[in-house]
Ligand binder design. Sequence first.
Ligand code: DSN
Length: 446
Amino acid sequence: MDPVFKLIEEEKERQRKGLELIPSENYVSKEVLSAMGSVLTNKYSEGYPSFKGLEKSEKEISEEILPNYRYYGGQRNVDRIERLAISRAMRLFHADHANVQPHSGANANEAVYFAWCEPGDKILAMNLAHGGHLTHGSPVTRSAKIYNFIAYGVTKEGDIDYEQLEKLALEEKPKIILVGYSAFMKIPDFDRVAKIGEKVGALLMADMAHVAGLIAGGVHPNPLDYGFHVMTTTTHKTLRGPRGGLILSKGNVASPLRKPEKTLENIPILIDRAVFPGTQGGPLEHVIAAKAVAFGEALKPEFREYAEKIVENAKALAEGLLKHGFILQGGGTENHLVLVDVKQSFQVDGKLYERALDLVGLTLNANALPNDKGAAFKPSGVRLGTPAITTRGMGVVEMKKIADWMFEIVKMCQGVESEKDLDKTKVEKIRKEVEETALEFPLPTD
Ligand code: DSN
């Protein structure tokens, strides 16, 4: 047997026996997994299906064969699958158009910059060190070498520094104002940012990768309902689909073969051309099929309950941690994510704590806090969240258990240099407790 398959089995066991607390991870359904592992991976489909009639019923969309804008033959099934994915994404996020082809969130963001900006143009986005994302202007990225990123940050209270954002927008007149974060636990005031954007004529872009599932489930506002022009997201986080990207937009939808003028109304067409042929080649139609299945799941009423539970669990987890004396960035959470200042709370390094928790099967990631002296290599905090454990069916009782285990481990880490120095008997006792709890809640694919 190819050792790859043995390692996949081992990974299944790791996922079963541990608790996944990384806030950007989740467990897909059997149906999503099966669409992703299908023969659609064999097909080349550069280009796009027709964008006509996407408001029709699912039955009609899945039966209708229309002329397309593809560069290869044999597209009759792929076209209908991609059209179902597009139409479901549009309904889910109240968008005029959806491009389901980005291979990842990073590709989605890069395509939007490429669609709207010229080299050297200014983009106003959150500082990575304050909770932003690498693709929002970190100097190590390709985008940062092409465009001129200007950074806003968060206040002492952990909210967006709206005053700084407005001041920078008025001074710099950016082409894009970008809202959306990977280590942020508050709900952005989209209305306030939209008004700032209108004053300077910027494209309003929201990267909702972390909270897309909460938006789909109706427990987080949707930036497209507040005048934003574009929303990008990954499909694998709270949205619980396959690993991939998605771009939703408002505006005119037309043939991507037409070379459009650069106007806000033409954003959907500009984005289609920026994804293909601008920045990507052949779409991953097996992943697009899995996206379609996941969007179908997210349109069901059960997904609403799931989204509500994610937030309820995150608040319970934050509460449990606060009771044990952990200091939380922003004082708690309004979404799925909690950022803990381990250094300030217990004088323990974030990376050591991440490794110690790994030993007992609690998986999260060390994370820098705003103005962190340790920065990326020796961060003071850890970031955790509830999307994956909520998918397993866990509730507030389990959140309390997790907070208790985290407290036991942080005490053991005090004054210790490496996770190898921890008391092995105590570690093994907690590991068994974590495993017992985890096994009570099977994965959707079990
Ligand atoms: N890597 C993702 C996260 O964990 O937030 C963002 O791309």
